[in-house]
Design a binder for this molecule. Structure first.
Ligand code: MG
Length: 271
């Protein structure tokens, strides 16, 4: 733009414009002194656990889970059997990475094919289902919040292939009297496709009950559902979400109320 003006305008006018632009642009300061964000070394690949992740399953054992002995662990994968498993550690706001594969041998239909699920805080189910060419009710297909919302897309890989779930979850907050203060939210990306975009949870998910908020602790476990299907799991890790830390040291705005009038100077100014 400036280059174009140079052709048409005398030099002093161009200098005036350039100087005025920088003179009026005063830096805005938030007034908050932020702490440096923590260094996190990413995994060697985008699905590998970063340096600060809590690994819940690395293919070897389910020691991090209550009832883990009920599931079959072989060849680096875990397969549901007998019961759900429940993480020993409890989490609040978190980022969860998990990989799963519905059985290569297709059996059953609808909710009876490749069904499992991730229960955030042990209460809120992000559905796992073989939704590859397997119609069911939409708020029960893979990536749904069970009976609360369908996912934004069906991004299923074929039975036997690996699906990646990356979940961001913020826990609901309750008032002292048990009423909901801030609902929980879930964002889900499956295989690089956005499935849930900051979905506002209506309460714990249920097959029989209409969703409604129920007060609970600030942290809770992750549980993985046993639904009778040989869904395979691998590479499960969690990062706890901690908000940035800052300290207010002054007012948030440093802009003058009126821009100063500036005399033109035919020199450049550092930005
Ligand atoms: Mg399920």
């Amino acid at each position: 733009m400036l280059k174009l003006l140079c052709i048409k305008m005398p030099l002093f006018a161009v200098a005036l414009l350039a100087t005025a632009k920088f003179a009026f642009a005063q830096e805005w300061k938030s007034g908050v002194e932020w702490q440096e964000p923590p260094l996190v070394t990413p995994g060697a690949t985008n699905d590998a656990a970063p340096s600060d992740a809590i690994v819940l399953f690395d293919g070897k054992n389910l020691d991090q889970w209550d009832a883990g002995e009920n599931w079959q662990v072989a060849d680096g994968v875990a397969i549901p059997q007998k019961s759900q498993i429940v993480s020993k550690q409890h989490f609040g706001d978190m980022q969860l990475h998990l990989e799963w594969s519905s059985p290569k041998e297709v059996r059953g239909e609808g909710q009876g094919r490749g069904n499992s699920g991730i229960y955030l805080m042990g209460l809120y189910e992000v559905q796992i289902l073989d939704s590859f060419e397997n119609p069911t009710y939409f708020d029960g297909q893979a990536g749904s919040i069970y009976k609360q919302t369908p996912p934004l897309a069906n991004a299923m890989r074929k039975p036997g292939e690996w699906n990646y779930y990356d979940i961001v979850f913020t826990v609901p907050k309750f008032k002292g009297n048990g009423d909901i203060d801030q609902p929980g939210h879930v964002t889900l990306i499956q295989n690089g496709v956005l499935m849930l975009n900051h979905f506002e949870m209506m309460g714990p998910t249920s097959y029989v009950e209409a969703p409604h908020h129920k007060p609970h602790a600030e942290t809770g476990p992750i549980s993985l559902q046993f639904h009778g299907d040989a869904v395979r799991f691998r590479n499960i890790w969690v990062r706890e979400i901690k908000p940035p830390v800052g300290r207010r040291t002054g007012p948030p705005f440093n802009l003058p109320s009126k821009p100063k009038k500036v005399e033109p100077e035919p020199t450049s100014t550092d930005e």
